[in-house]
Design a protein around this ligand. Structure first.
Ligand code: SAH
Length: 283
């Protein structure tokens, strides 16, 4: 039995029959839901959700029918077009439809395609952003995606192209030169090719890399490695997706900002991993 948190008083939007709310569920930890997501969960007639959406979050929509639209347990995934048309059908049947997706619906989540299909079918939509794994998941590992001493830009890339195959369509040379920090979604399957392309594009073999699996959940693991060792280290550690891979010096910040480790009693390993000098003692 989970306790559903009360929402603070506010003019919360009401879900109307025939609408689809396309909503991010965050990277895992139910506490990373937005209040708009919580408001939607308690009103929906139907929740149609993807893999990676936690049970505890679905429990907050106990009144609703739950429809699974992802890939799990070896079952083939529902086709994207079928999901979009199912949303159209549910809306036309007068349901209050909550389409719940991991992270942010518009970040590597096909939310744009689903929303477009809905609009093309005259179904009214509301978009509720979520915390994307590439930002929030890394934060749970103590890694800030930007840091003044490291990067003025960050690049989010997907390790799969549309065909689900190699990341061959990306210009790794430009990405490598243009961005000190590269955050890779869906990168586990093709990590060997990705690492090779980055090394060929001139990134150093000892470039820091962090791999965060099942970020923000109870199963979160963090591997700290380098571009030269990442492939072997992932294999040796037996890591499984979902994983966010962070390439760049920001990964070093975990040495000082592993806040979960600190909460468990560990001392920070290195107070100054970027070598910028310790702050002056306050008088
Ligand atoms: N819309 C999502 C991304 C969907 S693509 C978002 O904004 O986060 C799915 C990929 O996201 C996974 O392959 C993985 O790379 C990443 N991902 C999602 N949840 C994750 C988690 N809890 N831990 C690590 N990676 C995660």
């Amino acid at each position: 039995m989970t306790h559903t948190p009360e929402l603070p008083a506010f003019r919360w939007p009401q879900m109307e029959p025939g609408w689809v709310w396309l909503c991010g569920a965050g990277p895992g930890d139910p506490g990373l839901l937005t209040l708009h997501a919580a408001n939607a969960l308690r009103q929906a007639d139907v929740v149609i959700y993807d893999a990676l959406v936690q049970e505890a979050i679905l429990d907050w929509a106990a009144q609703a029918e739950h429809i699974y639209a992802g890939k799990r347990g070896g079952k083939p995934s529902a086709k994207q077009r079928d999901i979009s048309l199912q949303l159209v059908d549910l809306a036309r049947a007068g349901k209050k439809v909550l389409r719940l997706k991991g992270g942010d619906p518009f970040v590597f989540g096909r939310g744009g395609e689903e929303a477009q299909t809905l609009v093309q079918h005259n179904v009214p939509v509301r978009i509720i952003p979520g915390i994307s794994a590439g930002i929030g998941g890394l934060a749970y590992a103590g890694i800030p995606v930007t840091h003044r001493d490291v990067n003025q830009s960050v690049t989010f890339v997907t390790g799969h192209d549309q065909s689900g195959n190699t990341p061959g369509s990306l210009d790794w040379g430009s990405i490598s030169r243009g961005s000190q920090v590269i955050v890779i979604y869906m990168g586990m399957k093709h990590i060997a090719q990705i690492a090779e392309k980055l090394l060929n594009a001139g990134r150093p073999i000892d470039e820091p890399v962090a791999v965060v699996t099942s970020a923000t959940t109870d199963d979160q693991t963090v591997l700290e490695t380098t571009l030269g060792r990442v492939v072997d280290d992932i294999a040796n550690a037996g890591l499984e997706p979902p994983a966010i891979i962070c390439v760049g010096k920001s990964a070093l910040m975990r040495q000082v900002l592993d806040w979960q480790g600190m909460a468990a009693g560990q001392a920070p390993r290195n107070l100054d991993p970027l070598g910028r000098g310790r702050p002056a003692e306050s008088a």
